[in-house]
Design a protein around this ligand. Structure first.
Ligand SMILES: [Mg+2]
Length: 242
């Protein structure tokens, strides 16, 4: 993203983000770490060829200081180059005493449970197909959407540099296959989430321990327990299937 970074330095973050949104369907060029990632993938593939049950594989995590809003270009690029990675979009480290930090799970919390239902009834491959078919259709509203929207309205009362509210999306979705519809839904709602973490099924507790939110909402008891094990105050959001 060298050229884009130039733009960031010369024109500033707003121009940079607009550029990334306008060009979100144009894959980013391969960067210096690309051959390394491809070599890691090759080893993973070889391990799985040797033993299809193999669990000890390299995990690839893509970290970017990109906003969630501008993140669609990264998701499209990850898809274009077929890199299965957990994706984390975050701005900067924010100190707890200067910010109200609220973290939300995605499905069955910010979003409705429609994708969870498809996953439970038909499995992961069908979910990926389901989401791709509905890429441009926003996901339904979940029980915490209204609260998140109110936080979003309050955020707008401050300039970005002085905004004391920080919101996070911490979802089990993968960025590559299931990230796009989630980000597009937030965009459709006009809901600005500061940082988005697509965990691709990785445990949420260790990440939440880094974020240190004042509260974390999730519909999955396992995730709540994981957060609590790291001392994170968390609330279980009841959904139809608990
Ligand atoms: Mg959920």
């Amino acid at each position: 993203m060298r050229e884009e970074h130039e733009l960031f330095l010369t024109e500033g973050p707003e121009e940079f983000e607009n550029f990334q949104i306008t060009n979100e369907d144009v894959p980013l060029k391969e960067g210096i770490a690309y051959p390394f990632i491809k070599a890691i993938q090759m080893v993973n593939n070889r391990l799985q060829e040797t033993n299809p049950e193999e669990k000890q594989l390299f995990e690839i995590i893509l970290l970017s200081t990109h906003s969630a809003e501008g993140g669609v270009r990264i998701i499209n690029s990850v898809k274009h180059y077929d890199i299965p990675a957990a994706l984390m979009l975050y701005h900067e480290y924010r100190t707890a005493d200067e910010h109200l930090k609220v973290a939300f799970d995605g499905d069955s919390v910010l979003f409705s449970d429609e994708t969870d239902v498809v996953f439970r009834e038909q499995g992961l491959d069908e979910v990926i197909k389901y989401e791709k078919d509905r890429e441009h259709v926003p996901i339904g509203e979940g029980p915490l959407k209204k609260f998140a929207m109110i936080l979003g309205e309050m955020k707008k009362k401050f300039s970005p540099e002085n905004d004391p509210i920080c919101t996070y999306l911490v979802t089990a979705r993968s960025g590559k296959d299931l990230g796009k519809r989630a980000i597009k839904t937030l965009r459709d709602w006009g809901l600005q989430i500061d940082e988005a973490f697509f965990m691709a099924g990785a445990p949420k507790g260790p990440l939440l321990a880094q974020i240190q939110p004042h509260i974390f909402f999730d519909d999955n008891l396992h995730n709540i327990r994981g957060a609590r094990a790291h001392g994170i105050p968390s609330a279980l959001v009841p959904s139809c299937c608990n």
